[in-house]
Design a protein around this ligand. Sequence first.
Ligand SMILES: C[S@@+](CC[C@H](N)C(=O)[O-])C[C@H]1O[C@@H](n2cnc3c(N)ncnc32)[C@H](O)[C@@H]1O
Length: 343
Amino acid sequence: MTISDTSAGPSLDAPAIARLSASYAEARILHSAVEVGLFELLAEGPLSQGEICARLELHPRLVRDFLGAVAALGLIGREGARYRLTPEVAQFLVPGGPLYLGARIRTAAQRHYHTWGRLTEALRDGEPKAGVGADAFATLYGNPEATRNFLVHMDANNGVVGPQLAEAVDWSAYSSFVDVGGARGNVAAHLVRRHPHLTGGVFELPAVQPFFEEYMAELGLSGRVVFHPGDFFADALPQTDVLVFGHVLHDWSQDARQELLDRTHAVLPPGGAVVVYDQMLDEEAPDLRSLVGSLNVGLITPGGSEYTVSECRTWVEKSGFTFLSATRLARGNDTVVVAAKRD
Ligand SMILES: C[S@@+](CC[C@H](N)C(=O)[O-])C[C@H]1O[C@@H](n2cnc3c(N)ncnc32)[C@H](O)[C@@H]1O
């Protein structure tokens, strides 16, 4: 009997499976390189192993192999006996630029990596494993350094979305929007810059406000995007033409998502719209990246997961919206759903 292989995945041999089993090691090399400050040190110029060891105050025992591995991963270059930063990687790993990924990598290193270590346990009991309690955001925002890291991490997540969202929706039909759970305003900033006729806002938990104000000042947009403090389950959502939910619905259970969409429909004017973006799962063959994202949010929150466009359409229609469009963005991994309030 012939057994046909209908799986869409890659065909794996024994070395590939063994390598997959240890692929956490490569992630940890990147995490440690960020955590010890290797990239910002090399931004000053090429250095030898001994100089790196001394400047970063590392024990010499593992450093030769560590630096060799960072170089073998293509994250730094070698010039004779010295290591150097490469311009391609510098933009992502040296702090300060708009494309910086270090905050995201620190989140992975300090939180997600440990949470993923409990996947087997979560598969058995269905419980979240981030150890942050029922209200993950209250726990997070109790720590200002972790808050800043999280918000910069959100910029890295949504930085690719903002410019595309500015084109994916017909903003000429609206005069205002509020980004609900809009973090420190990165997406809102893109929208008001690209569409100066729009009045922009961010609705967020009050703890985010100082970080938002600081960031808007840095971008020269103070007063251009207004902060609305509140809890989207307890407080009225702001009156505006468009309410945006980006990487928000995936944090909550299906009932909570429906509640947010019902509240959104109730507050919008006729002709208004809801815009939702998330890493939506392909209906037939969800890709690995989206599935990893879905498991990640499922490991952190009690009810979160990614979802399909059809599911999103069902929820918005149940809330009374007319589904307008679903657009898979060309860059990144998000899909944008737009639905209108007709009456
Ligand atoms: C995963 S982040 C998404 C941030 C941003 N929209 C993006 O696309 O990157 C979820 C955001 O929802 C906010 N949030 C969580 N619970 C909230 C609540 N009850 N009321 C208002 N905002 C909330 C968090 O502070 C956080 O910034």
